[in-house]
Design a protein around this ligand. Sequence first.
Ligand SMILES: *Cc1c(COP(=O)(O)O)cnc(C)c1O
Length: 407
Amino acid sequence: MITINENYLKLQASYLFSNIAKRVTAFQQANPDKEIIRLGIGDVTRALPAACITAFHKAVDEMGSDPSFRGYGPEQGYDFLREAIAKNDFQARGAEISADEIFISDGAKCDTGNIQELFTQDIKVAIPDPVYPVYLDTNVMAGRTGNFVDGRYQGLVYLDSTKANNYVPALPTQDVDLIYLCFPNNPTGSTITKEELSQWVQYAKEKKALILFDAAYEAFIRDASLPHSIYEIDGAREVAIEFRSYSKSAGFTGTRCAYTVVPKECMAFDSKGNRQSLHSLWNRRHCTKFNGVSYPVQRAAEAIYSEEGQAQTRELIASYMRNADLIRQEMASLGYDFVGGENAPYIWIDAKGDSWEFFDMLLNKAGVVCTPGAGFGKCGEGYIRLSAFNSYANVVKAMSRLRETLK
Ligand SMILES: *Cc1c(COP(=O)(O)O)cnc(C)c1O
């Protein structure tokens, strides 16, 4: 008899986006001539940078002739891309990461989910609240939690990120083994300073714990004092794995390319307490279960690091951040309390009441779609997330409707 992994039955149906879609559809049917502006979804709206498209086309042409055709590439990614990453994303910032510590993949979502295969089931896991739901659900699937009770899975340590701690969680009071951190943060748009991040690195060293650092939004940092990588912190090479993605930084959400950094000093322990290299375990896992990102996509990603590519991605990000500035300005003048939008494409707004009620009001009165914070965890109740991923014209229109509705 074939039996199932019953951990899947503990998962809470992800009502968030289907619930939003249902309400939006109902509104559209009732108001067929009302134009809806979506500031809810965490997906980019602008085209790939021209430099990426040129490189993408050229690589596709190479695949079309026998002498330049490429079959299976290295599972970890081509050297041309790994070297460009090491040099531009790390060494240029004083973080000593080498090309062979970088594993190219088709997404940070899969990498953050897959990495936990390297750890035992009985580790203590610390997850922020509110949170990118992937960290939570993948741990549930792996059997690292109990049941869902009162809005939280039993057995996890939740790291509350609230106004009181400026949306940077405090160190846990009980010992934990695996820690998820994401800065600049989705959904709150908050950031972490080098000093705060150093405390986490220090904690991980003391407790022999590991930090999974999701830096998918580092390209949106404008404040020069903030860390782009956890490896800017002394000692992080021993206790941290970092996830990066071109999805938000260069519009690759539909093209798919990301990478994970596992430094060679990064260790975890076997049952006898001996140190084991996570670099070699992840290398083994990656090569066994993954056959590499397609050659044209890796060439398109490499082009991000060319001079034109750098200028074009800077412009792309600046255009989204101009939207974020406008949203912040408008919410401040309407008297709302919020965080984010300065070094991240998300603005996390205190709804002064129920998340879903605020969502319904914005939809029905302004035709603007946001994301109710309650969908990201218990601490998200009472908040909404606005995303800067849209055209400037749409954001201008959305803000003028919000002003009419909320003033
Ligand atoms: C969008 C996003 C990612 C990127 O995921 P991909 O699979 O690379 O598209 C990773 N982490 C967070 C928190 C995100 O919001």
